[in-house]
Design a protein around this ligand. Structure first.
Ligand SMILES: Cc1cc2nc3c(=O)[nH]c(=O)nc-3n(C[C@H](O)[C@H](O)[C@H](O)COP(=O)(O)O)c2cc1C
Length: 331
C-alpha cells in the first residue's frame, strides 16, 4: 500500500500534515505527532505584529544610543531584552525542532502587509525550515476599501515574501473572495508553490458578562469540510501548484474525499487538538483499511479522481444541483 505523496515539492510518507496550532508550539507534541505517523509539521505562526513590535523596540534602542555619549553605551535600556525577543525564540525553536525530527518542518508567518517584516522569511529559511507557510488574514473594516485593493494587498505580500526565500512557499488562503479560483491563480503567479484550502479564522463572539466582543479559536468538525472539497475539486490541475485540504479534515473518510477531490495533502488541527496526537495513527489505519477494501494500491491512483476535471457529475460543484439538493431534503 503506497501512501506517499508530494506536496510543495517535498516527498511525504503520507498525506497527513499537522497544521499550525498550539500542538505545533511544543517539541514534545511534535515528536508525538511524528511517532503517530504525521508526515510533516507546520509550526505555530510568528505574527507580523510581533515582528513589527520588536523592530520598533530595536529602532527605539538604536535611537537612544545614537544620542548617548560613548560611556553610556555599555548599558542596555529596559525597553528591549534581546534574549527574550519572541522572533529570536521562534528561530531557535525551528532549529531545535529540525534537529529533533526527521519529517519536513514548515515555518509559518502570519501577516497582512508588504512591510519590512517580510524579510523575516529569510531568517526562517536560514534556521532550517523546509518550506514556509504564509497566512494572510485581513479584515477590511473600512466601507471605502474596494475589493481590488484588498486583493492586490494579498498579492503584493506574497510577492514580497517570495523575494526573500528559495524554499517552497505555501499560501494559506481564506475563502472570502468574490472569485476564489481567480485569487488562487493570482497567488500562484505571485510566487505561491502551494495553496491551503482554506484557513478557518477565529470567530467573533460576545461575552455577555463583560459586555465585550471577543474572538475565539474555531474548533471544526467534519461538517466544515464541504467548501474544502468543493474548491480542491475546482482547482485540481488548473494551476501549477500543490493543494492542501486545510479545514474540516477529521476522519480517514475526510482524507480520502479530499485526495479524490484533488488535494496532495491534508492539514489537521482541530482533530489533533481534541483527540490527541495518537488520532493521526487511527486516521492512517482507516485510510489503509479503506484502500484495501476498495482495491486501491496508492494515494496517487485516487488523486483528483472526482475533481471537477474528472467527475461525471460536474453539476455537484456548481449551481445546477443546488436547487435539486434543497428540494430533496426530507426530515
Ligand atoms: C487553537 C488554534 C490555534 C491555531 N493557531 C494557528 C496559527 O498559529 N497559525 C495559523 O496559520 N493557523 C492557526 N490555526 C488554524 C489551523 O491551523 C487550521 O487552519 C484551522 O483550524 C482549520 O483546520 P481544522 O479544521 O483541522 O481545525 C489555529 C487553529 C486553532 C483551533
Amino acid at each position: 500500500m503506497e501512501l506517499t505523496t508530494t506536496h510543495l515539492g517535498l516527498a511525504l510518507k503520507n498525506p497527513l500534515i499537522a497544521s499550525a496550532s498550539p500542538l505545533t508550539a511544543s517539541l514534545d507534541s511534535i515528536k508525538r505527532l511524528e511517532e503517530h505517523g504525521i508526515a510533516a509539521v507546520i509550526m505555530h505562526s510568528l505574527f507580523e505584529e510581533e515582528i513589527n513590535h520588536e523592530i520598533h523596540q530595536i529602532d527605539h534602542f538604536l535611537q537612544l544610543h545614537s544620542n548617548a555619549n560613548a560611556e553610556a553605551t555599555s548599558y542596555l535600556p529596559s525597553e528591549v531584552d534581546f534574549d527574550n525577543l519572541h522572533s529570536e525564540q521562534y528561530l531557535e525553536e525551528i532549529q531545535r525542532t529540525k534537529e529533533a525530527i526527521e519529517i519536513p518542518l514548515i515555518a509559518s508567518l502570519n501577516g497582512v502587509s508588504a512591510g519590512g517584516w517580510v524579510k523575516y522569511a529569510q531568517k526562517l529559511q536560514e534556521a532550517g525550515a523546509d518550506a514556509l507557510e504564509l497566512n494572510i488574514t485581513y479584515i477590511p473594516t473600512s466601507i471605502d476599501m474596494e475589493g481590488h485593493t484588498v486583493e492586490q494587498m494579498y498579492v503584493n505580500t506574497i510577492a514580497q515574501v517570495k523575494k526573500h526565500i528559495s524554499i517552497p512557499l505555501n499560501v494559506k488562503m481564506n475563502a472570502y473572495f468574490s472569485s476564489p479560483a481567480n485569487m488562487a491563480k493570482r497567488f500562484v503567479e505571485a510566487g505561491a508553490n502551494g495553496l491551503t484550502i482554506f484557513d478557518n479564522p477565529a470567530r467573533v463572539d460576545v461575552d455577555l458578562e463583560l459586555l465585550t466582543p471577543l474572538q475565539r479559536a474555531n474548533i471544526t468538525s467534519s461538517a466544515n469540510v464541504s467548501e474544502t472539497l468543493r474548491w480542491c475539486a475546482i482547482l485540481y490541475k488548473k494551476l501549477f501548484c500543490s493543494l492542501c485540504a486545510g479545514t474540516g479534515i477529521h476522519t480517514a473518510e475526510d482524507v480520502l474525499k479530499a485526495v479524490m477531490s484533488g488535494a496532495d495533502a491534508v492539514a489537521l488541527a482541530s482533530v489533533l487538538l481534541t483527540k490527541g496526537e495518537a488520532e493521526a495513527a487511527v486516521i492512517l489505519n482507516g485510510i489503509t483499511q479503506w484502500m484495501q477494501e476498495h482495491e486501491y494500491d496508492s494515494i496517487s491512483q485516487m488523486k483528483g479522481s472526482i475533481s471537477l476535471a474528472h467527475t461525471d457529475n460536474p453539476d455537484a460543484y456548481e449551481r445546477n444541483s443546488y436547487m435539486y439538493a434543497l428540494q430533496q431534503y426530507r426530515r
